[in-house]
Design a protein around this ligand. Structure first.
Ligand code: CAA
Length: 407
């Protein structure tokens, strides 16, 4: 589908990731749990899960993704007029993660800054809000910074444990983007009040009704996709589709479900998976579930694998947030994407992530329980603002304010 000059051209201009320093190999975790490794590796379709250390939190992951975005894209904090953080693992009930980012990145004071929460849908809520902010004229030439940042934690030994992960995706949204033009105003939504996955405010670990959550996801996909088809059926067929990926197998189930709605047999739907979905699953398999960022990690994988081949083609995007709200929408990959993707070096942080043993991971999880209350050093270094360095969390001060510095 060619870009038409008479239409609003708004979308994703650049993308960057950040992940914690360490990951756990799921084959090793399975062996430690006395589970057949094939259950995690092929039954769930996961390979690794990134694990945050006590000095890594959703703020540091988000800041580090945004710093990489500025360093690699050529954009500057001065360009930003809207900063939205989607997260379901915020660090404060009142002060938004976006306010920490605003300070640590040195964004302009003339900037709308807020956090969006709706389980894994919060990042998409931020993205669509940013697109509509630009379409409304409020942006006045400025760009939006949308950051999806989360640490997925379930109880040790629970069925959810092998589907953990941690990381952030930063997206630069602006007019005349270079990576993907989004189809403004053409989204299919679905919502329903369900208890498939939740985290009461006194819990650090998520609670989940696992098999019910899978069914809720599929029902939401069907609802959002049918609505999208009604609105956007005049477009070109979708060359690829990126799904919310809590674990790889979920994307496989989702794709089968969606393509059978299109009228394909189960076999034909499954056969289309290798071409239409698989290229988007490499980074999710290496990082695990990053909740709000999971769909955009899949999109980052797709850019990395196939930006050249996809120029001018339409890609479907499905976002699911438990609770639940879902949205199906689409965009067109732009010709400038391929050279820019090479320059962005999207998976650089994932290549730098180091394997930790299962006992090391379990020790980190034990420390995790008290990280939010750990006292910061008495005279911490002043927080460094701007786009350089790697942010770390030091602890809380005497008034329980979180303290950050550069590593
Ligand atoms: N070799 C190969 N495959 C094996 C196997 C083996 N030895 N043993 C089991 N399997 C297969 C099973 O057949 C099953 O495959 P299918 O789904 O195709 O039937 C798969 O491995 C998983 O096995 P189980 O269903 O027995 O696994 P489980 O009960 O231990 O837990 C889960 C699975 C419910 C997904 C659990 O991991 C969980 O609760 N995860 C967190 C919730 C989640 O991610 N939900 C997804 C939808 S909600 C959402 O998307 C929001 C979000 O981000 C959380």
């Amino acid at each position: 589908m060619a870009t038409r000059p008479d239409r609003l051209s708004i979308g994703i201009d650049a993308i960057a990731l950040s992940v914690p320093r360490g990951f756990v190999d799921l084959g090793e975790l399975a062996e430690a749990h006395g589970v057949a490794p094939s259950k995690y590796l092929s039954g769930l379709g996961t390979r690794r899960m990134a694990i945050a250390a006590p000095d890594e939190d959703p703020v540091t992951l988000g800041v580090n993704a945004a710093r990489r975005l500025f360093q690699r894209s050529g954009a500057s904090p001065a360009d930003i007029g809207l900063c939205v953080v989607g997260t379901e693992t915020a660090v404060d009930h009142a002060k938004p993660v976006a306010a920490f980012l605003h300070g640590l990145l040195g964004l302009p004071s003339a900037c709308r800054v807020f956090e969006a929460k709706h389980a894994c849908f919060g990042g998409t809520a931020g993205l669509l809000n940013a697109v509509e902010w630009i379409a409304s004229g409020s942006a006045r030439g400025r760009a939006a910074l949308v950051v999806c940042t989360d640490i997925a934690r379930y109880a040790l030994g629970s069925p959810g444990e092998p589907t953990q992960g941690a990381g952030a995706v930063a997206l630069l949204i602006r007019e005349r983007p270079r990576l993907m033009e989004l189809e403004v105003g053409r989204t299919g939504s679905y919502a329903r009040d369900v208890h498939d996955f939740w985290r009461p405010i006194h819990h650090k670990n998520a609670l989940v009704d696992g098999h019910f959550s899978v069914q809720c996801y599929l029902d939401a996909l069907a609802g959002a996709y049918r609505e999208w088809r009604r609105i956007a059926e005049d477009g070109e067929p979708l060359a690829r589709t990126c799904y919310h990926v809590p674990y790889g197998k979920m994307a496989r189930k989702a794709h089968r479900h969606r393509r059978m709605i299109d009228g394909l047999s189960e076999q034909a739907a499954d056969e289309s998976f290798a071409v239409e979905v698989e290229p988007s699953l490499s980074l999710p398999a290496q990082v695990g579930n990053i909740y709000t960022g999971s769909l955009y990690l899949a999109l980052a994988s797709l850019f990395q694998a196939q930006a050249d081949a996809l120029a001018g083609l339409r890609v479907g995007l499905f976002s699911y947030g438990s609770g639940c709200c879902a949205e199906f929408f689409a965009g067109v990959v732009l010709p400038e994407a391929a050279p820019l993707v090479r320059h962005l070096d999207i998976d650089g942080p994932v290549r730098d992530c180091r394997r930790m043993s299962v006992p090391e991971y379990e020790a980190l999880r034990a420390e995790d329980a008290t990280a939010d209350r750990r006292p910061a050093p008495d005279a911490p270094p002043p927080a460094q603002r701007g786009t350089e360095g790697r942010a770390v969390y030091l602890g809380i001060d005497a008034s329980e304010r979180r303290v950050y510095a550069n590593e």
